[in-house]
Design a protein around this ligand. Structure first.
Ligand SMILES: *[C@@H]1O[C@H](CO)[C@@H](O)[C@H](O)[C@H]1NC(C)=O
Ligand SMILES: *[C@@H]1O[C@H](CO)[C@@H](O)[C@H](O)[C@H]1NC(C)=O
Ligand SMILES: *[C@@H]1O[C@H](CO)[C@@H](O)[C@H](O)[C@H]1NC(C)=O
Length: 380
């Protein structure tokens, strides 16, 4: 990164200098060979055209250098990612490993995993849904859920839905398995509220459920399928205005109807929470008794961040306002749709958001987010 930056810096510094040199050469060249009265005029005009071309060429070259720098950053990141030969998920799903039928859940693999507040977006398309995210240490995972013929399926779009990729098989059952392992019942040990992370057993894992089909129709199915987790007392809940944290915190987004989360008859008990709109918290009914995240699309709410200069002063003020509103209501702020490329822009934005104490960092690149090195300037 520092190499990239210094390359960029020297390019910025050199560009005008070079232009000046070319201009001078042309002017003097013209002046020397110039004939009679129009030499002065030509000396004024021709260099201007050349300068314009030179600028274009320099800009083009600059763009190419930055592109190459960014591609090599990306490649370096991928090479680094291949490093982990001990990855317990490396052979998942391969024939002969007993994992082909989704029936095998690694439970011992979380021993050294240190949780970090990042949310693994679109988690199900990873090689091993859920586990990849937990193994990377992310304390939030997301499932896009579709109601089809009496069951809930997980997938990014209709075409990706498969009979064996259900909400139950990919999320609920594995979580029950992991938590059962984390909470053994022995004569010496009776506690049953350990979370999934060995290194931080009090940490909750947020299960963000993005309803893709009709909300009022689909939501009751979600509530019903969470029963195994609910019965064990593993869901965070709120009652009588108090939030009680459990190993799993269920948050509904997408088509999830706020009414169905709030309106629960005369009971004040809730074990699922709303993903409130981060940019509309002022004078809103959202607080920690009914919501957990407060999220918004970064591009829509804050706008584009193109360059390493990061968010503008106006953008930063907007971000601070959002995060303050969320904090005041006890909600975890989260931006999705963060720019993912170029990598140095993304990393810088992550640094800014963490510096501003964002509640949850939304990521598509788990290893980059949890590898910690992105917070240190000068990596790569
Ligand atoms: C899911 O089912 C499809 C088709 O029946 C099969 O090709 C695939 O290997 C199965 N995947 C898993 C992980 O069980
Ligand atoms: C509503 O309350 C009942 C118990 O009174 C509970 O079983 C159910 O899960 C609650 N619904 C939600 C969305 O929390
Ligand atoms: C949370 O919001 C609900 C609905 O807007 C309100 O009735 C309740 O008093 C609020 N609770 C807290 C602790 O702010």
């Amino acid at each position: 990164m520092s190499a990239v930056r210094s390359t960029m810096a020297s390019w910025r510094a050199e560009k005008p200098k070079e232009t000046v040199v070319v201009e001078c050469t042309e002017v003097s060249g013209d002046a020397e060979t110039g004939e009679h009265g129009d030499s002065k005029q030509r000396a004024q005009h021709k260099p201007r055209i050349l300068t314009w071309h030179t600028y274009l060429a320099a800009l083009g070259l600059l763009a190419i250098i930055l592109l190459v720098a960014d591609i090599s950053e990306t490649i370096a990141a991928h090479i680094l990612r291949e490093r982990d030969a001990d990855d317990p998920l490396a052979n998942w799903g391969k024939p002969g490993t007993g994992t082909e039928e989704l029936s095998w859940y690694p439970t011992d693999f979380l021993r050294d995993v240190v949780p970090v507040p990042c949310h693994s977006h679109n988690d199900y398309w990873r090689k091993v849904p859920l586990f990849s995210a937990i193994y990377a240490g992310c304390t939030g995972v997301e499932a896009d859920v579709w109601l089809r013929e009496g069951d809930l399926y997980v997938g990014h779009d209709k075409a990706s839905l498969q009979p064996n990729r259900t909400f139950q098989s990919l999320y609920v059952n594995p979580l029950v398995e992991i938590l059962t392992h984390q909470n053994p019942t022995t004569d010496f040990y009776k506690g049953n509220k350990n979370g999934v992370f060995d290194t931080d057993r009090g940490r909750t894992l947020v299960l963000l459920i993005d309803l893709k089909t009709d909300g009022p129709e689909t939501w009751p199915w979600v509530m019903k399928q969470l029963t195994p987790l609910r019965e064990k007392g593993w869901l965070s809940y709120s009652e009588d205005g108090q939030f009680h944290q459990g190993p799993i915190t269920v948050v509904g987004t997408g088509n999830t109807p706020f009414d169905l989360i709030v309106g629960n008859g005369s009971s004040s008990y809730r074990d699922a929470f709303f993903d409130a709109p981060l940019d509309q918290l002022e004078n809103s009914p959202y607080n920690s008794t009914n919501s957990y995240y407060a999220s918004v699309n970064f591009w829509n709410a804050i706008g584009a961040v193109w360059w390493r200069g990061g968010p503008s002063e106006t953008q930063l003020e907007m971000i601070r306002k959002h995060l303050r509103e969320a904090r005041d209501r006890g909600l975890k702020s989260r931006y999705w749709g963060l720019p993912g490329w170029p990598i140095h822009v993304r990393n810088f934005l992550w640094e800014v958001l963490v510096g501003e104490e964002i509640g949850m960092l939304n990521v598509d690149d788990l290893d980059a987010a949890t590898g910690q090195d992105w917070t240190r300037p000068g990596t790569f």
